[in-house]
Design a protein around this ligand. Structure first.
Ligand SMILES: [Zn+2]
Length: 263
């Protein structure tokens, strides 16, 4: 499996992806908003884009479908219940569905509601696993829920699905928000040396050659995976004085999500 992360350099800071089979040159495009850049990268590598996966229905993820289909004839795959919101959808995905790319690549669809209620993540069945996480999990952060999402569902997705993936899983999100997210982590947890070190390393990085985190790293630097950390809870209590003495993880997650919206 070859992964190309494509930096769109747009105002929303979108990442698009090509996932290719090295044997056949077939490629799958994830959220190819910048269809021209995706086509250019595919052409240079000698790949044919045969499938598009939209992680969810927002315009900055599906906006490149039309022209890319016109150019390549690729089929469009997305969450089964996004069918009436994504024009021209060919295949509806459900949890556990396998998407084959060429001969060597298998991607498994995960049903990951929260950012929207029809959001899929893709995980690869490779030696070093990869997760294409759309707007559910960002490097050092979590997706918002204010355009058709639900924070309680996002918590469930994090705790019941994402947190259980192998620590070596490489995280490929739909946007480059890592710098802001690390600042939020440090605002919540000023003594987080790993997050401070990561911010020092990634500050001002070229998103065209972005650092790719693993899930193990996310557990250290992503406040949404650090729900039982005493510093996180103590700082949260400053914002929410009525927080119980030993708040459960879900309460902490929801309050963090609420704070992040205003931050
Ligand atoms: Zn979105």
């Amino acid at each position: 499996m070859i992964v190309k992360q494509i930096w769109t350099a747009n105002a929303y800071r979108n990442f698009n992806y090509l996932i290719a089979c090295p044997e056949t040159g077939e490629a799958l495009a994830v959220d190819p908003l910048d269809h021209e850049k995706c086509l250019k990268v595919a052409k240079e590598a000698g790949w044919r884009i045969t499938q598009i996966v939209n992680t969810h229905e927002h315009n900055d993820h599906i906006g490149g479908n039309g022209p890319l289909v016109q150019e390549t004839g690729a089929s469009i795959l997305a969450h089964a219940s996004a069918r009436n919101r994504i024009p021209g959808m060919d295949r509806g995905l459900q949890a556990g569905d396998v998407i084959k790319v060429g001969k060597t690549v298998e991607l498994e669809a995960m049903d990951t509601p929260g950012h929207t209620m029809s959001h899929v993540c893709l995980r690869s069945h490779t030696d070093q696993p990869a997760l294409f996480s759309g707007d559910t999990l960002f490097n050092a952060g979590a997706g918002n829920c204010h355009n058709g999402g639900h924070p309680a569902e996002l918590y469930k997705t994090f705790s019941e699905q994402l947190a259980k993936l192998p620590g070596s899983t490489r995280i490929y999100p739909g946007h480059d928000y890592v710098e802001n997210n690390l600042r939020f982590t440090l605002d919540r947890e000023p003594d987080n040396a790993r997050a401070a070190g990561m911010l020092g390393k990634l500050k001002g990085q070229d998103p065209g050659r972005a650092y790719v985190t693993t899930l193990d790293e996310e557990r250290e630097i992503n406040t949404f995976f650090r729900l039982t950390n005493p510093s996180v809870i103590a700082r949260l209590r400053e914002a929410f004085p009525a927080l119980p003495r030993e708040p459960d993880a879900k309460t902490v997650f929801l309050k963090l999500r609420e704070l992040r919206n205003k931050w």
